[in-house]
Ligand binder design. Structure first.
Ligand SMILES: Nc1ncnc2c1ncn2[C@@H]1O[C@H](COP(=O)(O)OP(=O)(O)OP(=O)(O)O)[C@@H](O)[C@H]1O
Ligand SMILES: [Mg+2]
Length: 78
């Protein structure tokens, strides 16, 4: 998914998918910082990878992969 929004500063990228990570853009951050952490949990539970390519003030491109073969047995308890 690609956007032409704020972009994400390079120093925030390594922890962007961690719980409670929020990046300040204009004004105070509004969320809890859980959305992307949840996305990573879901993708990794299915044996995939998630990431983002982003340039500050130009936009962001979020991507994920999923394996074609059967996923590993998940430890995720729903
Ligand atoms: N498309 C985007 N462009 C620029 N920054 C983004 C984008 N998506 C997320 N971010 C930044 O990454 C941070 C973490 O996102 P995440 O979705 O995990 O949390 P949140 O949106 O702050 O809160 P929540 O999803 O829990 O309501 C956000 O605070 C935001 O600053
Ligand atoms: Mg969010």
């Amino acid at each position: 998914m690609r956007d032409t929004g704020y972009g994400i500063p390079a120093n925030a990228l390594p922890t962007l998918f961690d719980k409670f990570t929020r990046v300040r853009h204009d004004g105070a951050p509004k969320g809890l910082g859980l959305g992307l952490a949840f996305c990573r949990l879901a993708v990794e539970a299915h044996g995939g990878q998630i990431g983002v390519d982003s340039v500050l003030d130009e936009g962001s491109s979020f991507w994920f992969t999923l394996p074609i073969e059967a996923p590993p047995t998940s430890q995720l308890k729903l």
